[in-house]
Design a protein around this ligand. Structure first.
Ligand code: HEC
Length: 84
């Protein structure tokens, strides 16, 4: 997640730098929505982190240069955050 530059805008445990442009991802697993409007499902999340503007054109989250596999890894990682 760090290598892809997510940390310049987001904070998440163990990710540096701690960005503050985007929302904190500290308890992402407990959210029911992605970006306040998309159902928080693994397939949608994996596509969202690669191509956020497709879903929320006016948001500050840019399209990220991830492969499909990397995006799935990122999604799996996000679901470990704040899981109870
Ligand atoms: C240029 C800054 C920037 C970068 C780089 C960035 N994001 Fe974001 N991200 C944002 C912003 C701003 C939002 C809020 C979007 C919205 O609410 O419409 C967001 C939203 C999100 C969300 C939804 C959060 C929520 O609470 O629903 C996730 C998940 C996410 N980003 C993951 C990532 C991942 C993973 C990466 C790296 C592959 C990344 N972001 C890179 C700025 C960024």
């Amino acid at each position: 997640m760090n290598g892809a530059g997510c940390g310049s805008c987001h904070s998440a445990p163990g990710v540096w730098p701690e960005g503050e442009v985007g929302p904190s991802l500290d308890s992402f697993a407990q959210q029911t929505l992605i970006a306040g409007r998309l159902p928080n499902r693994a397939d949608i999340l994996a596509d969202y982190v690669r191509n956020a503007p497709k879903y929320v054109p006016q948001s500050g989250m840019p399209a990220m240069p991830l492969t499909e596999e990397e995006a799935r890894d990122v999604a799996a990682y996000l679901y470990t955050l704040g899981r109870r």
